[in-house]
Design a protein. Structure first.
Length: 281
């Protein structure tokens, strides 16, 4: 593998995503591998990278704002009683190797390092599959193993005192357009209704595209959704919504999110049908 190695995922012969393994980024952005650009089968980009409003939003990936006090999200850290604060506490996710690599996916090993020490070891499995002539699915699993001698706790600004800000985990920074995207689940609609709630799937719809996010394991489906549409378009699955999550030494935390990437604006029935096709029982 070369330092500039960046796999391109293909579906039905078409490039749909580029994976950057070793980004050259400022330390305060918590450098980490990411997918960008991600596109529909018609070629419409549905991710943004380091936008002016949040320079540390890097397409699609895994980011956690508080791993035992270390910031693997990027930007400022929310400190109880002080608010967002610039700290020198950023971590880095380092690509180690691909265990498997094909045109439609890969299995990757990563090390989460902060303050000169490895805290977590990750195995990341990413696969792309065609669903229809206008939709494909990105299957994204991450497994985080505590490689230290002590328990590690994962937190969010919400667990540190900022209500409604339980971001951290799988996160997708979506395409920003002239008007905010629509957002809905099977029985709710709008940012206020879906943010902070659990749902089997959640759809984000833009002018000519749709993204449908689905927890693909029972444990993943219990995590509430973090949703932004008005301030910026982004969706994440919250690892630490109400309380910090503890990973004991040698234990592994696993989450799996499948995202349908579709051309056109899906309705609830269309979104549900594609999720059923994308998520294996």
């Amino acid at each position: 593998m070369t330092g500039n190695d960046s796999p391109v995922l293909r579906v039905a012969g078409r490039p749909v995503a580029r994976y950057v393994t070793r980004p050259e980024l400022p330390h305060r952005l918590s450098p980490r591998p990411y997918l960008h650009p991600v596109a529909t089968l018609a070629g419409t980009a549905v991710t943004e990278f380091s936008p002016a409003d949040h320079l540390h939003h890097l397409g699609v990936g895994v980011a956690v704002p508080d791993v035992e006090g270390h910031n693997f999200w990027g930007g400022r850290t929310y400190v109880r009683g002080r608010g967002p604060t610039e700290l020198d506490n950023h971590g880095t996710q380092r690509h180690t190797a691909f265990q498997l690599r094909d045109p439609d996916g890969f299995v990757e090993e990563l090390r989460w390092v902060a303050a000169g020490a490895e805290l977590l070891r990750e195995r990341r499995t990413v696969a792309a599959a065609e669903l229809t002539g206008t939709a494909w699915a990105l299957d994204f699993t991450f497994s985080l193993t505590n490689v230290t001698r002590d328990p590690l706790t994962l937190g969010s600004p919400a667990t540190n005192g900022r209500p409604g800000a339980a971001y951290g985990g799988f996160f997708w920074r979506a395409r920003k357009e002239s008007t905010p995207p629509g957002v809905f689940t099977a029985d709710r609609e709008g940012e206020r209704e879906v943010h902070g709630r659990s749902a089997d799937w959640l759809a984000l719809t833009g002018e000519t595209w749709s993204l449908v996010f689905a927890g693909a394991t029972e444990r993943t489906r219990r995590d509430p959704w973090f949703v932004r549409t008005e301030e910026y378009p982004g969706v994440g699955s919250s690892l630490a919504h109400d309380d910090r999550v503890t990973v004991a030494p040698g234990d592994t935390l696993v989450r799996r999110i499948v995202t349908v990437v579709a051309d056109g604006r899906l309705d609830a029935d269309g979104a549900a049908a594609l999720v059923r096709k994308a998520v294996s029982p």
